[in-house]
Design a binder for this molecule. Structure first.
Ligand code: ATP
Ligand code: MG
Length: 427
């Protein structure tokens, strides 16, 4: 026997019946985006490596240790599988001059790639839902993007407070971060014995990143570090307060977390994360913030922007932990087709039913009536449509309610399938 090949470690196949949960989630998302007026975009999965280095930042976990980077052997190009969506979207918007006619609200969904240690809720290929508002200075859109998440939680059947909580912070502006940075370096130098290797290496290149550490041993020295919040000027505080007052008025609870810095260098002002206690150390399901200088930094005409990314695997795990069950999917009817003599009549009736909106699964491959009925039961269909030879020769088909064994079987005319099919949908 030939050697069996396996999927790359940390990369998952999504198969039925699980894929139905994905489709259900994506349907909710599509509907949400339409109601908030966000348009769909799709950008390449592979981008020039320089794009991510320049946007996410050289001294970050993603760029230092998580990127799938390679040289295209055909032409020597340095390429990377996208670890996140914002950089590629911004690149595309600049390339197509998409902000020429004004600001844009867009969203995308697709796979991202990070070379991390695979565990529950952490994979090497994972899916993100990504929403961006480009050309808006906020704080109105910041609040819109956050409230949009709350609407999604509610429509998915999650409870804010119990299943997900909002954490909010402001990263201020560059000059404010510079002043904070000096204080931060002094603090960490003073406690240099407590720093791990990553922190020591980043002390002078990117001390803010030290605050994003996942090392539990580092928590005390991070907790006692000077807070960026104390370095914010009036304008930054006003921006934060404006976001807060919209959230307050909307009755959305949040916690100000002065340690929240996010993992990429491009953020300023508003940053936020939706966190859960139900997924252990993979507790962040959604994170985002403002990135007002990124467009200019990547060669575009200066324009402010804000967005968020949500991990879909973590969302689906959270929904499971929270006991949310998507409605079962299955065909409305299962067609029992005893033999080839009735096949043409059966198939044209089924085509008419499907055109009328009825989902109907045809038994294929023959077999006894008994085995076909077994399949009908396990398909989850409400009805069996039985194309018996006698019925079909009279121009009819039998309808059996699989959920109500006491109900009498009915004969229905093949010729008017579209009509009674539509009635079945409403029954
Ligand atoms: P974490 O702190 O858990 O590593 P992150 O801050 O690196 O997350 P972001 O870059 O903010 O994550 O990405 C946005 C979202 O994408 C996260 O909140 C999470 O839900 C999801 N995500 C990030 N990395 C992974 C991964 N390796 N596997 C699955 N989901 C992920
Ligand atoms: Mg990470």
């Amino acid at each position: 026997m030939a050697e069996q090949l396996r999927a790359v470690k940390g990369m998952n196949d999504i198969l039925p019946p699980d894929s139905a949960r994905w489709e259900w989630f994506e349907d909710r998302v599509r509907s949400l985006m339409a109601r908030y007026g966000y348009a769909n975009v799709r950008t390449p999965i592979v981008e020039p490596t320089a794009l991510f280095v320049r946007s996410i930042g050289e001294v970050t976990d993603i760029v230092e240790k998580e990127m799938y980077s390679f040289i295209d052997s055909m032409n020597g190009d340095a390429l990377t599988l996208r670890p996140e969506a914002t950089a590629g979207i911004v690149r595309a918007m600049i390339e197509h001059n998409a902000l020429y006619n004004g600001p844009l609200r867009i969203w995308t969904v697709g796979p991202m790639f990070r070379h991390e240690r695979p565990q529950k809720g952490r994979y090497r290929q994972f899916y993100q839902l990504d929403v961006e508002a480009l050309g808006f200075a906020g704080p109105d859109v910041d609040a819109e993007l956050i409230l949009m998440c709350r609407t999604l939680w509610r429509e998915l059947g999650l409870m804010e407070g119990r299943d997900v909580r909002l954490e909010l912070n402001s990263l201020g502006q560059l000059d404010e971060r510079r002043a904070h940075r000096d204080a931060l370096i002094a603090h960490f130098e003073h406690h240099s014995a407590l720093l791990d290797d990553d922190a020591k290496r980043r002390l002078h290149s990117n001390p803010l990143r030290i605050l994003d550490t996942k090392n539990p041993a580092m928590q005390p020295v991070v907790e006692s570090a000077p807070k960026l919040m104390d370095f914010l000027g009036e304008a930054s505080l006003a921006h934060l307060n404006a976001v807060r007052s919209v959230l307050d008025a909307a009755g959305l609870e949040y916690r100000i977390n002065p340690r929240l810095v996010r993992g990429m260098d491009y953020y300023n002002l508003t940053v936020f994360e939706w966190v859960t206690d139900r997924l252990g150390s993979q507790g962040t399901v959604c994170g985002g913030g403002r990135y007002d200088t990124l467009i200019e930094q990547l060669g575009g005409k200066p324009a402010p922007a804000v967005g968020w990314g949500m991990g879909i695997e973590r969302m689906l795990l959270l929904l499971e932990e929270a006991g949310v069950q998507p409605p079962p999917v299955g065909p409305l009817a299962y067609a029992v087709v005893p033999g080839e003599a009735v096949l043409s009549a059966a198939i044209s009736t089924l085509e008419a039913l499907r055109a009328a909106g009825v989902s109907v699964l045809m038994h294929a491959g023959g077999g006894s009536m008994k085995s076909q009925f077994k399949r009908a039961d396990s398909s989850g269909a409400r009805y069996a449509l039985i194309f018996g030879e006698d019925e079909v020769s009279r121009g009819e088909v039998s309808l059996k309610d699989l959920r109500d064994p006491a109900a009498a079987q009915r004969s229905l005319p093949l010729a008017t399938a579209a009509l009674w099919g539509a009635d079945l949908l409403n029954a």
